[in-house]
Design a protein around this ligand. Structure first.
Ligand code: GDP
Length: 357
């Protein structure tokens, strides 16, 4: 899935939009030389001005409405993320006010054009047009805060990470520097920093791999699953909630070499927290950096992991040792979902094919 807000246009401020519409109307009117006498000419020119201002403003505002998806229509993952970034109520209220402005300006246009058509005095005709301009400017100023809010929201919503919500997804967790992104790169085609991620400054890493024609997605979220819960702010907690709608299995990484800077006791503690928080998820534990770690430390971690009822996999993300075994364990868990998806895609293709015959 693409970023759902990808098509949302830049939202102009009231003054920018007024300026654009009035200029456009002036250009149209000066290029227009209608037939008839002085009054007929004035009437047609002013009508053109009114229509042009109304069209430019309404087209601009309607484009915002048409290209912004309703948050509640989005998949849960995106709904939760949107809630970390914008106030959903305010967002919808602002959109509703833009909609109100479109309708109100349309009504005003009709009323002023009718009056202009009945008016015989060129001065009065110009006055009607000016009155219309004034009303449009007032309405736009009235929704100026909403326009500014929508533009700010747009700028952050466009940064939402692009992930495939249908693919079976592995979420990698563990302290910083334990080797998460190295593992992601070793398992997948990912280049670092594939998508930006506004909740942390570090970006989200997304990669995919294929096995027996089935596709899997691996995600590493620096800043989210690498610290104790007590150190996370509300926004991060919400982003973690969003991850729950995306992940199918958690791969937790230990670094028994402690080169990451966190003693193994601390790593065990974080593991217990994440295990508690993602209790409903299947877990795989990988003990990384076995190429450089002390055997004793590796053993200590192994025993600890076994005491939680899980069997760890020893790997080196750097040398590739153990990665086939890790992949096998991941696939064992998520393959049914990958098969289900492949079946769905194939059936869709087949029905297209049958329909075309
Ligand atoms: P992240 O912060 O968890 O994503 O950690 P990185 O993937 O950036 O790895 C941190 C450091 O550990 C880097 O210098 C990696 O090269 C190194 N590293 C990662 N995996 C291994 C491994 O299996 N063996 C060794 N020797 N170094 C590793």
């Amino acid at each position: 899935m693409k970023n759902p807000f990808e098509k949302m246009p830049t939202v102009l401020t009231a003054d920018e939009l007024i300026d654009k519409a009035f200029r456009r109307a002036e250009r149209a009117a000066s290029a227009y030389n209608p037939p008839g006498g002085k009054v007929a000419k004035a009437r047609q020119r002013e009508e053109l001005r009114v229509r042009t201002v109304s069209n430019v403003v309404r087209d601009n505002l309607r484009k915002i409405l048409d290209r912004t998806p309703g948050v509640s229509t989005l998949p849960k993952f995106y709904q939760e993320l949107v809630d970390t970034l914008v106030d959903r109520d305010q967002f919808h209220k602002s959109l509703a006010r833009v909609n109100w402005a479109v309708k109100t300006i349309r009504n005003l246009e009709q009323r002023h054009v009718e009056k202009i058509r009945f008016e015989r005095d060129p001065k009065e005709i110009a006055k009607l047009r000016r009155a219309f301009y004034g009303r449009v400017a007032d309405i736009l100023h009235e929704i100026d805060d909403d326009l500014r809010y929508l533009n700010q929201a747009r700028n952050v919503l466009k940064e939402l990470p692009v992930v495939d919500l249908e693919l079976p997804t592995v979420v990698i967790a563990g302290h910083p520097n334990v080797g998460k992104s190295t593992l992601l790169r070793a398992l997948t085609n990912a280049r670092p920093e594939v998508a930006s991620y506004p909740f942390t400054t570090k970006g989200i890493n997304v990669g995919q791999f294929e096995e027996h024609y089935l596709k899997y997605q691996v995600i590493d979220t620096p800043g989210l699953l690498d610290r104790p819960l007590s150190e996370r702010n509300e926004v991060e907690k919400q982003a973690i909630l969003a991850l729950k709608h995306l992940g199918d299995v958690i791969v937790y990484i230990f670094d028994p070499s402690e080169y990451c800077g966190f003693p193994i006791e601390e790593q065990m503690h974080l593991f217990e927290e994440i295990l508690r928080e993602f209790g409903e998820f299947p877990f795989i534990v990988a003990i990384n950096k076995v190429d450089i770690a002390d055997e004793e430390k590796v053993k200590a971690v192994e025993e600890f992991v076994r005491s939680t009822g899980l069997e760890p996999v020893k790997i080196s993300a750097l040398t590739g040792e153990g990665l086939e075994e890790l992949k096998k364990r991941v696939i064992e868990i998520v393959e049914p979902k990958a098969r289900e998806l492949a079946k769905k895609i194939m059936e869709k293709e087949l029905s297209k094919f049958r329909g075309e015959l």
